[in-house]
Design a protein around this ligand. Structure first.
Ligand code: HEM
Length: 488
């Protein structure tokens, strides 16, 4: 059994965990940079891959070099992962190395467009077998994930422009500063997310008390959470400062494509896999920050649902703000990919998945708590109602609550603060859509001649996670907005 010592699960069960505030979903210590000598042939092939060119971009000469490298990968010895078992640090590094090797192997080949039913990419057993064994232990699919490119791929370096330490990335496809910057932004968002997780924990702890003082405290935590989310949005917008959209779209992103996701749609076949495993992994999503647990955690915590459109609840007092924006639940459902967010969780480290399950199972969920203890629409006329919510707990606490509350209505404050936090997440998603427009849609539009069919339009572009990206991302934003409580 693996020891996930950086698991944020401890947040819920052990609030005084020392590790947690430092790491969140990032590992507590920098990931390993090189595997032990038994696995050196993999590391060497990864070093040699630095000159590889994308198959659909390579000249004949470059293609020869690509093919030579591919041939060497096929001839690698079959290395057992036995020496890695029992060490999460070693297993993680091995995953980074082998998943990068798979993507390099597949996408350094020229795509085939001359066949309606192109034969699958065959991943050679030298890589396929150890990777499948690793995946079995780590309970992850044999494809590059966000955790491989971002969470377990960083290194601390001196920052040239200041005395502070900076983050760099060990393995990239292109060795461009743009690619490192792309990963860095996600990593910095994860690091900022540590405080978000702490605030979530504090809210959940206070929710078990549910007197006026704790309601006010939850409201304060929610407002702080909004500030943190806004700072995550600022970090996201820093993408523009170091990652050129054209470099991202043409040089970096094509390496990310998963099974069935290449230009020629070829599936992946893992040599040596039994039939069941082979079929299970022939189509796989490539890495996407949609696999970032911090954004999922915010959704789960705030009760934002992507499985169904929330629609207009029966209780008109908490009717969502979307009731005014002409998006019927049906319209939204048909445009969103309700299974994407759940599907992406299969690409997250097991400990993170389990954390999300626990957060989801926590009762009461924050949204339910706000629904129960927050301001109700009809309460607007008698603001003092907020004072009388759940006065439990000891007398001192109650008296201090009366002293501090003054004219503040905890119920109103709670609902407003919840809405402020949800609105911050909506702003994050709006900013993210802008990024997606610049980095994918605008770039794709330049490639599409005006006379081509509407199926090539922005509406039909797919993300590395396989979604119809624009309708999907818009639906995620609508689902967020649908969680707002109507206070008018
Ligand atoms: C150049 C930068 C980025 C681009 C081009 C981009 C692109 C995309 C695309 C196309 C999707 C649709 C799902 C898919 O099929 O993959 C997506 C989803 C998503 N991305 Fe990004 N992304 C970028 C950066 C980030 C960053 C830094 C984060 C934050 C960690 C992030 C968080 C998400 C999330 C959470 C989703 C799921 C949808 C949602 O929750 O709204 N993305 N992204």
């Amino acid at each position: 059994m693996l020891a996930f010592n950086t698991s944020p699960i401890s947040v819920i069960h052990n609030p005084v965990s020392v590790d947690f505030p430092e790491s969140g979903f990032m590992p507590g210590r920098p990931p390993l940079t090189r595997l032990p000598s038994a696995c050196e042939p993999w590391e060497t092939k990864l070093d040699d891959a630095k000159y590889l060119i994308l198959g659909d971009e390579a000249t004949t000469e470059e293609m020869e070099l690509n093919e030579r490298w591919r041939d060497q990968v096929r001839k690698l010895p079959e290395i057992s992962i036995d020496t890695l078992r029992g060490s999460e640090v070693l297993l993680r590094r091995a995953r980074v190395v082998l998943t990068f090797l798979v993507h390099l192997y597949v996408h350094s080949q020229v795509p085939k467009f001359d066949d309606d039913n192109p034969s699958p990419h065959l991943i050679p057993r030298s890589v396929s077998l150890p990777l499948l064994n690793l995946c079995n232990i780590l309970s992850l699919p044999p494809v590059l994930t966000y955790s491989d490119t971002v969470l377990y791929n960083w290194i601390v370096v001196p920052n040239e422009s200041s005395t502070k330490l900076g983050l760099d990335f060990q393995t990239t496809f292109t060795q461009t500063p743009d690619e490192a910057h792309f990963y860095r932004i996600s990593a910095l968002i994860e690091v900022r997310g540590i405080e978000a997780l702490q605030l979530m924990r504090q809210c959940l702890e206070e929710s078990s008390i549910a007197d006026s003082l704790s309601i006010l405290r939850i409201a304060t935590h929610l407002r702080k959470l909004a500030v943190v989310i806004d700072e995550m949005s600022v970090l996201l917008m820093n993408m523009y400062k170091g990652c050129d959209p054209a470099v991202f779209y043409h040089r970096i992103r094509p390496w990310f494509r998963g099974g069935g996701g290449g230009k020629d749609g070829r599936l992946w076949k893992f040599e040596g896999a039994d039939d069941l495993t082979a079929t299970k992994f022939e189509k796989l999503s490539g890495p996407s920050a949609g696999q970032s647990s911090i954004i999922h955690a915010l959704d789960v915590f705030l009760g934002i649902r992507h499985d169904t459109h929330m629609g207009r609840p029966k209780d008109a007092l908490s009717s969502p703000a979307t009731s005014t924006n002409n998006h019927s639940p049906q319209a939204s459902e048909s445009r969103s990919d309700p299974t994407f967010m759940t599907r992406m969780q299969n690409y997250m480290p097991q400990a993170h998945r389990e954390f999300l399950d626990q957060l989801r199972a926590h009762s009461p969920a924050v949204r339910d708590f706000v629904q129960e203890h927050g301001l109700r629409k009809s309460d607007n006329s008698s603001k003092s109602n907020g004072f009388f919510v759940s006065f439990r707990g000891n007398i001192l606490r109650t008296l201090s609550a009366w002293y501090f509350l003054g004219t503040i209505d905890p119920a109103e404050e709670l609902t407003k603060s919840y809405n402020i936090a949800v609105s911050a997440l909506k702003r994050f998603r709006d900013g993210h859509i802008k990024i997606v427009r610049t980095y994918i849609i605008d770039q794709a539009a330049r490639d599409i001649p005006a006379f081509e069919t509407p199926s090539d339009s922005a509406e039909n572009l797919r993300g590395t996670g396989g979604t119809l990206l624009l309708p999907f991302l818009q639906a995620c934003g609508e689902n967020t907005k649908a969680s707002l409580f109507d206070l008018k």
